[in-house]
Design a protein. Structure first.
Length: 337
């Protein structure tokens, strides 16, 4: 008998959380209309009470694109995890593909997800995030995301060309048995619900496979302030995940908070200690030098203008200090209920 994870994918359930995405729903529907997957596709959208006309625009775009299998569900809690779970309760596909309104998907996206799921037997498959900016600042952040020094979009497997087993993937295409065995998304989490679920998936005996041929085009935040706020939330909500599972998910995730603690500690000691003052200067100079070197390498590797180097270096600092201070806030929130 063939196991569920090796069955053919004949029907795909696309699940999408939505809240005030009027600027993005047309692109989402356009991408889905262009998919070359030959099976059935249903689109389940969980709306958190949008007030910008997103739902009406979504329906209009779907009608124009002749996408008939659309269902909009209510998500009064507004959190992503609640919306995803509402979609899961209605999903009927052999594969459940989680999409996001801020990303763009090439025409082969669903087909490649289905193929990877069929051929590997993994409970979750996903691909590489390709950051693409429009404004100079978005392009600088995109450069930072694809650097090993910085961002969430970087993976050492992006250029290998071969599928590889990993701890987590962006968004993900799940076999239904993943949720049958590991449960659903944790509704206590505003951020990091994907990573937390993928940890439970692996603990339940499932595998997660990254296929570099699967590509997601992502437009990053367009200001340093917005990037800092985004990564601060990532860091803050990593703490409940660690406390829930009583483990550090990766040593890499502790590097930003280590950087912040060392700099804060040296800054406190510096007025009374020449040694601490020198150490603070050395650490700041070393960090700035590394940021500029990696920024230059990333800008060059992407064929961008050298004028983006300062913005890319600034994006690194927003990643690291946002995440580090966010994690500290998370620990303080956990310590003081």
């Amino acid at each position: 008998m063939v196991s569920d994870s090796l069955q053919m994918v004949r029907r795909i359930s696309v699940i999408v959380p939505l809240f005030n995405e009027a600027e993005h729903v047309d692109a989402l529907i356009a991408d889905l209309a262009e998919q070359d997957f030959e099976g059935d596709v249903e689109l389940l959208v969980a709306d958190g009470g949008s007030t910008d006309g997103s739902v009406d625009l979504l329906h209009a775009a779907a009608r124009e694109a002749n996408l008939d299998n659309l269902e909009v569900l209510e998500n009064p809690a507004q959190w992503v995890s609640h919306g995803l779970n509402a979609c899961l309760a209605r999903a009927s596909g052999d594969l459940i593909v989680r999409l996001d309104c801020h990303s763009r998907y090439p025409s082969d996206y669903l087909r490649r997800c289905a193929g990877a799921a069929e051929e590997t037997g993994a409970w979750n498959v996903g691909g590489v995030v390709v950051a693409e900016g429009r404004t100079p600042m978005e392009r600088a952040v995109a450069c930072a995301m694809e650097s090993p020094f910085g961002g969430i979009g970087w993976t050492r497997y992006r250029s290998h060309g071969e599928r590889v087993e990993v701890d987590t993937v962006t968004y993900g295409a799940f076999r239904p048995e993943a949720f049958e065995r590991a449960g659903v998304f944790d509704e206590a989490l505003i951020r990091n619900q994907d990573d937390e679920f993928n940890l439970r998936l692996r603990q339940a005996g499932g595998r997660i496979v990254l296929d570099p041929a699967i590509r997601v085009r992502y437009t990053p935040r367009g200001s340093i302030r917005a990037v800092f706020r985004q990564y601060s939330e990532y860091g803050s909500w990593k703490v409940p995940v660690m406390l829930k599972h009583r483990r550090v998910l990766s040593m890499r995730s502790l590097a930003p908070v280590g950087l912040v603690l060392s700099l804060v500690g040296l800054a406190v000691l510096a007025p009374r200690s020449p040694t601490a003052s020198k150490a603070l200067a050395v650490e700041l100079a070393a960090y700035a030098a590394l940021a500029l070197v990696f920024a230059g390498a990333s800008v060059r590797g992407r064929g961008e203008r050298w004028s983006l180097v300062p913005g890319t270096a600034a994006a690194f600092s927003a990643f690291h200090f946002g995440y580090g201070f966010g994690m500290l806030r998370g620990w303080l929130r956990a310590a003081v209920p």
